[in-house]
Structure formats: structure tokens, C-alpha cells
Write a protein that binds this ligand. Structure first.
Ligand SMILES: Cc1ncc(C[n+]2csc(CCOP(=O)(O)OP(=O)(O)O)c2C)c(N)n1
Length: 691
């Protein structure tokens, strides 16, 4: 066990962090001072004594990961990033929560050095931490396959997560923690700030279970450090906390949970323990009292004692140098012993996606559900892209998310009759935990590997918070959502997406891709994987769809998917009407075209798998595909919202603006008008309107 050395300067630095948190909130007039004040010793312990990191190289591969799941308490992290020298200075703390600052209200990934993931939506951070721990396990297995788990590897690291009462009440944290127990993630340490206070005051009104017992039941290693002496006193026993962390590190086959019982805002003179300190400035008098109590000058805001800063920055730099020297030795040895893996590492570290064009399957005309095509694509590209892994929320057989022949990502002893694996496995089993799945995927996709996850499209709602976080952070998670319309059929309206595609399209920063057939699906995968700066949604059919014959005269190649919307087949003769369709409705549009052409009406069919990509095309391309002054009809088995933009005021929209029902998909398609006859009728209406 590492011995803890805790000097007077360390204590002074902790107290400085508390005061900076109080002053920063006071200056801007809003924010969350309370928890940052009481958790300063914990955060300082992690940043200055426990975690392996390098402030001069915040993305160092050998670093431990840190997740502040209580994102509202961003000052808990900002003050430590400042003290350790990650690039934040006093002026940044003074600019807390103001426009353009490096210290936004909640920590933001890609914005502030040292922030591994954006947090703020409570519970998501815990799920991210589980994702980081899973990523750590697989990256090690992928890159250092010859080192047994009980031997050290340069790819070993710990994931530390600070969480609170709010996160412990939220679904994704519980979902992910349950999975982490099953996964035996011994590299994960979650520290729960049990201060029993949230915004409405004491948590006794809404949250009373024994959280530690719950984590024990999940299969975690659980410890309790009580700074309140059972409610009788207050002593920040940093040594006991350090011992607990060391004990947690020694447990390698279970994730660790440390319940740390605290008083919010301690040692504020009058407001410690009061819920008002959760999210409001403290007032000058209270802050003056705090400063006096801690031996600081009450008249000085933002104290900057040179010896304190020198101590913390030198300590962090010295620890980094020592850790890095040790790590670099191991890393160099690994490189020379594993040249093929070193080459792979270099590609992954550079963020290079391999060229998939030779591996992508080409589907001959016939019939195939796009979900089935998707599964075949995944299997086909598995060897070219060893960094790719993924799975489903218990719907692998339906989502076709399993790369055939690949092992599962599991502790070997968790193998089942159907699935066996180890930590090199590439098939993920999320259980029925969509929201955790999304957050886990996001964390994985900030690292060296690429991960996807699937469920039914209708349950995208269950995970929407994580999808939004992927988009906000520009993380290239791929969401595989199958069973994409009333075509689901007999399962009925609870399982039939109606508003989902439109509601995903209105979210900024995510590409929503609904391929028309198997070959568009292959292109969709290649394009989604090639985009490393944003998430993608693959919207796939349950039912078989015709595979369009791309060799037939006048039919555009599937590679045109990259344009977002393209003329799949143009009018024979003078162009009279354009039918623009997505996914399963493209074949309906093609049938409608046949009927219209038979009547001598020149009809173009535009396949529009991704409106975001189409919208990004030059205006002249868009105008050429959807020319002004020509009648237009859209066909999509979802709400009509959004389509007016593409068909214009005189155009027609074939959509469904109500819920479905339990019947076969074919019956529902016919009943709700997704038929060639109905599209023909709407085409004629649109044409008549133009005169
Ligand atoms: C999903 C979600 N719901 C609601 C909120 C708003 N919110 C921010 S902090 C908070 C209370 C958190 O309580 P706790 O975790 O105990 O933090 P502490 O009061 O100890 O700082 C709430 C409800 C949020 N950030 N995320």
C-alpha cells in the first residue's frame, strides 16, 4: 500500500480550493459552491496523491481516467485542474460560467483540458465511467494480448468517478452499475458523496434505500468512510479515504464502491449541511467566515499563495514525470515485443479509419431487410477494423449487431450456452439497459476503439439523453436502430416508431441515415465509420426490402448515398414529378414511378438516406435533385414533420401522423397509404396544383 503523506501545504491547498470555489460562484453570482467545498479533500487526494496523469499531456494513453458525474459541482474539478497545472489559471476560475470561458457551468469534453467527458445530466457520468472501464479492458486485450490479466500492462489504468445522491437515483447509473458488477470491472472505482442533500433539501423525502447494500448486490466491492462519525462529529479523515482507495485498487475482479459520508459545504460557518449551498452563492459574510475559519484573509478574494501553487504544480509534475518514466519503459518494451499491435496502436492513436471499400459486401438484386444487411456488413468488415466492437440491449438477434465468429466481451466465467468470451471479445451484451448503453458507448468512443450499440428504434427514446450527449460532444458513436416503422407489424403501436426519425433529425450534430436497401446499408456503415467527429444513427428495417439492381439502365450507384439524397432513377421523358423517399419507402416510390411512367408521366425517384448530408451539399446540387417548379411528393413511414421543406408549398407528403396498431406490416402499409397507388394519387395532386 502506498503511504499517504499529507503536509500542511497539502491542507492549505485543499482549503485554497474551497475558497476559490466559494469566490468563483460569488463573483459570477450563480453556481454550485457547496459540494465543491466539502469534496475538496477528496478531489485533491485523487489529483495530487492517487491518480496517474500528466497535466502537460492530458490525453496521455497511460493516464487514469476521471469522471465528475456530479457535473454541477464542476468547481470540484476546475480547482484541481488549476492546482495541478492542466492549463487553467486563476483568471479562468474568475471567469466561471461566463461566455467563452474554459470553466463553463458543467465540465465539457473537448473544451477544457483534463475533462474526459461532458457531465451534468446526472447518472450519465457513472455510465460513462463504466464505459471507460470496459474500454480499458478491451484496449488492453486488443493491443497487449500476450500479457496475462494479472501481469502489468502499459494499457492498465484505473477509472475514478465521483458521484452523489442525484446520480445514485438516476436510471443510467443503476443500469450501468449493474452491468459493471457482471463485467467484474476491477479497474473502476466510484466514490459516492453521501451528503443526503439535493436541491429540494434532505433526500429522506425521496431516496431512502441502502445504496451501499445495493452496490454490494450488484457484485461490487463496497467500503464506507464516514467523516461524520455517525452524525456525531466531523473529521475529514483523508487517510481513511486513502486507505479505502488503495484497498479498492487492490481488488481486481470487482468494481469498487466507496461511500463517503460527508456534510455538504463543510466547513462553512453557518450554512454547512444546508441545501441552500448546493446551487447558490454563499454571500460575503459566509465567505468571510469561511476564510477566517481556515486562516485566510477575509478581505482577499481568489487567494493565490505562491508556495501553495508551487507545491501543487511541482508535486503533480513530479508525480507525472515518475509515472511517465515507468510507463514509457513498459510501453517501449511492449512496442518492441508486439510490432503488429504497435502498428495498430499508431493507426488508432492517429484516429485513422481503414479503407473499407474492398471489404464491403455488394448485394445482388433480391430481397433483404436492411437490418440483415447491416449484420452482414459488420461481419465482413470485422477483420479490417479490429477496433470495432458492439452489441445490443438484449436484441442482438433482432438488431443483427453480432459480428459472426467473434467472441463476446465478458469475464470468461460469465460465458453462457449461447455466448462465450473474454476481455478481447467484440460482442457486447448490454442487457436491457438502453440509456446506460448509450453512455457506455460514448465513453468508449472517446478512446482508441470504435463501438456501436443497437435496440429497436422506438426505444431510442429510452436512451435519448445519451444520444444528445454524443452529439453535443461530437463523439462518433454509431447507434443501430432497427424495426424502423409500422413495418414492425404485429407488436403494435408500442413498438412502432412514428415520430422517432423526425425527432432524431431535429437534434443538432447527429447524422440520421435510413438506407433504402442492402447496398445503401453497406455504404451507410462505411460513411458512418469514416466520420470521427459526430455520431450516426442507422435506421434499419425489420422487413425484407427489394435490393435495387444497380446495374439496370439509369440506376445510380449506391455510393451516391454519400450525397445524402440522390436521383436514384430519373424520369423517362420530360420530368413531371419527383418522388423523394427514404428507407423502406424507396421501393414503394419505385413502384409508383413504374405506374406513372406507364401513363407517360415522367417521374424521378430520389432516395434520401440522410437529409443532414443532403443539406450539406452545394445549393446547385440540391436544386438539381429537387428542381423548383416541378411537383414533388415525399414518402416516409413516419410523421410528416420536416418534409414540407423538401416538397415545397405545392408538394404532397405521404406520412403517418398518428400511432399505428397491431397487425401485419403489409396490412398497415396498405391501410395507411404506403402503396404505389396512393403515392401515384398524391403525385397527381401535386402536379395538378402546379397546373
Ligand atoms: C438528469 C438530471 N436531472 C436533474 C438535474 C438537475 N440537478 C442538478 S444537481 C441536482 C441535485 C443533485 O443532488 P446531489 O447529487 O446530492 O448533489 P449535491 O447537492 O450533493 O451537490 C439536480 C436535481 C440534472 N443535472 N440532471
Amino acid at each position: 500500500m502506498t503511504e499517504l503523506i499529507w503536509s500542511e501545504l497539502d491542507q492549505r491547498a485543499v482549503d485554497t480550493a474551497r475558497i476559490l470555489a466559494a469566490d468563483a460562484v460569488e463573483k459570477v453570482g450563480n453556481g454550485h459552491p457547496g459540494t465543491a467545498i466539502s469534496l475538496a479533500p477528496l478531489a485533491y487526494l485523487l489529483y495530487q496523491k492517487v491518480m496517474r496523469h500528466d497535466p502537460a499531456d492530458p490525453r496521455w494513453v497511460g493516464r487514469d481516467r476521471f469522471v465528475l458525474s456530479i457535473g454541477h459541482s464542476s468547481l470540484t474539478q476546475y480547482t484541481q485542474l488549476y492546482l495541478a497545472g492542466f492549463g487553467l489559471e486563476l483568471d479562468d476560475l474568475k471567469a466561471l460560467r461566463t461566455e467563452g470561458s474554459l470553466t463553463p457551468g458543467h465540465p465539457e469534453y473537448g473544451h477544457t483540458a483534463g475533462v474526459e467527458v461532458t457531465t451534468g445530466p446526472l447518472g450519465a457520468g457513472v455510465a460513462n465511467a463504466v464505459g471507460f472501464a470496459m474500454a480499458g479492458r478491451r484496449e488492453r486485450a486488443l493491443l497487449d494480448p500476450n500479457t496475462p490479466l494479472d501481469q502489468p500492462s502499459p494499457f492498465d489504468h484505473h477509472v475514478y468517478c465521483i458521484t452523489g445522491d442525484g446520480c445514485m437515483q438516476e436510471g443510467p447509473a443503476s443500469e450501468a452499475s449493474s452491468l459493471a458488477g457482471t463485467q467484474k470491472l476491477g479497474n473502476l472505482i466510484v466514490i459516492y458523496d453521501d451528503n443526503r442533500i439535493s436541491i429540494e433539501g434532505e433526500t429522506s423525502i425521496a431516496f431512502t434505500e441502502d445504496v451501499a447494500a445495493r452496490y454490494a448486490a450488484y457484485g461490487w466491492h463496497v467500503q464506507h468512510v464516514d467523516w461524520t462519525g455517525g452524525g456525531t462529529s466531523y473529521s475529514e479523515n483523508v487517510e481513511a479515504l486513502h486507505d479505502a482507495i488503495e484497498a479498492a485498487k487492490a481488488v481486481t475482479d470487482q468494481p469498487s464502491f466507496i461511500k463517503l459520508t460527508t456534510v455538504i459545504g463543510w466547513p462553512l460557518p453557518t450554512k454547512a449541511g444546508d441545501h441552500s449551498v448546493h446551487g447558490a452563492k454563499l454571500g460575503g459574510e459566509e465567505i468571510a467566515g469561511l476564510k477566517s475559519e481556515l486562516g485566510f484573509d477575509p478581505a482577499v478574494a481568489f487567494p493565490a499563495e505562491a508556495d501553495v501553487l508551487a507545491h501543487t504544480r511541482n508535486n503533480a509534475a513530479a508525480r507525472a514525470a515518475a509515472a511517465k518514466a515507468e510507463w514509457t519503459q513498459a510501453y517501449d518494451a511492449w512496442r518492441s515485443a508486439n510490432p503488429a499491435q504497435a502498428e495498430l496502436f499508431d493507426r488508432l492513436a492517429a484516429g485513422i479509419v481503414p479503407d473499407l471499400s474492398d471489404a464491403l459486401p455488394v448485394f445482388a438484386p433480391g430481397k433483404k431487410a436492411t437490418r440483415a444487411a447491416s449484420g452482414e456488413v459488420l461481419t465482413a468488415i470485422a477483420d479490417v477494423m479490429p477496433e470495432l466492437w458492439g452489441g445490443s440491449a438484449d436484441l442482438a438477434g433482432s438488431n443483427n449487431t453480432t459480428m459472426k465468429g467473434q467472441k463476446s466481451f465478458l469475464p470468461p466465467e460469465r460465458s453462457s450456452h449461447e455466448f462465450s468470451g473474454d476481455f478481447s471479445g467484440r460482442v457486447l451484451h448490454f442487457g436491457i439497459r438502453e440509456h446506460a448503453m448509450g453512455n457506455i458507448l460514448n465513453a468508449i468512443n472517446t478512446g482508441l476503439t470504435r463501438a456501436f450499440g443497437g435496440t429497436f428504434l422506438v426505444f431510442a427514446d429510452y436512451m435519448r439523453g445519451s444520444v444528445r450527449l454524443a452529439a453535443l460532444q461530437k463523439i462518433p458513436t454509431i447507434f443501430v436502430w432497427t424495426h424502423d416503422s409500422i413495418g414492425v407489424g404485429e407488436d403494435g403501436p408500442t413498438h412502432q416508431p412514428i415520430e422517432h426519425v423526425a425527432s432524431l433529425r431535429i437534434m443538432p450534430g447527429i447524422d440520421v441515415i435510413r438506407p433504402a436497401d442492402a447496398n445503401e446499408t453497406a455504404q451507410a456503415w462505411a460513411l458512418a465509420l469514416s466520420h470521427t467527429d459526430r455520431p450516426s444513427a442507422l435506421i434499419l428495417s425489420r422487413q425484407d426490402l427489394p435490393i435495387i439492381d444497380r446495374d439496370a439502365a439509369g440506376v445510380a450507384p449506391a455510393t451516391d448515398v454519400a450525397k445524402g439524397a440522390y436521383t436514384l432513377i430519373d424520369a423517362d421523358g420530360e420530368l413531371k414529378v419527383v418522388i423523394i423517399a427514404t428507407g423502406s419507402e424507396v421501393s414503394v416510390a419505385l413502384d409508383a414511378r413504374d405506374a406513372l411512367q406507364a401513363e407517360g408521366i415522367g417521374t424521378r425517384v430520389v432516395s434520401a438516406p440522410c437529409l443532414e448530408w443532403f443539406n450539406a451539399q452545394p445549393a446547385d446540387y440540391r436544386a438539381a435533385v429537387l428542381p423548383d417548379g416541378v411537383a414533388k411528393v415525399s414518402v416516409e413511414a413516419g410523421v410528416s414533420t420536416g418534409w414540407r421543406e423538401y416538397v415545397g408549398q405545392t408538394g404532397e407528403i405521404v406520412g403517418i401522423d398518428h400511432f399505428g396498431e397491431s397487425a401485419s406490416g403489409a396490412v398497415l402499409f396498405a391501410k395507411y397509404g404506403f402503396t404505389a397507388e396512393n403515392v401515384v394519387a398524391h403525385a397527381k395532386t401535386a402536379m395538378a396544383r402546379l397546373g
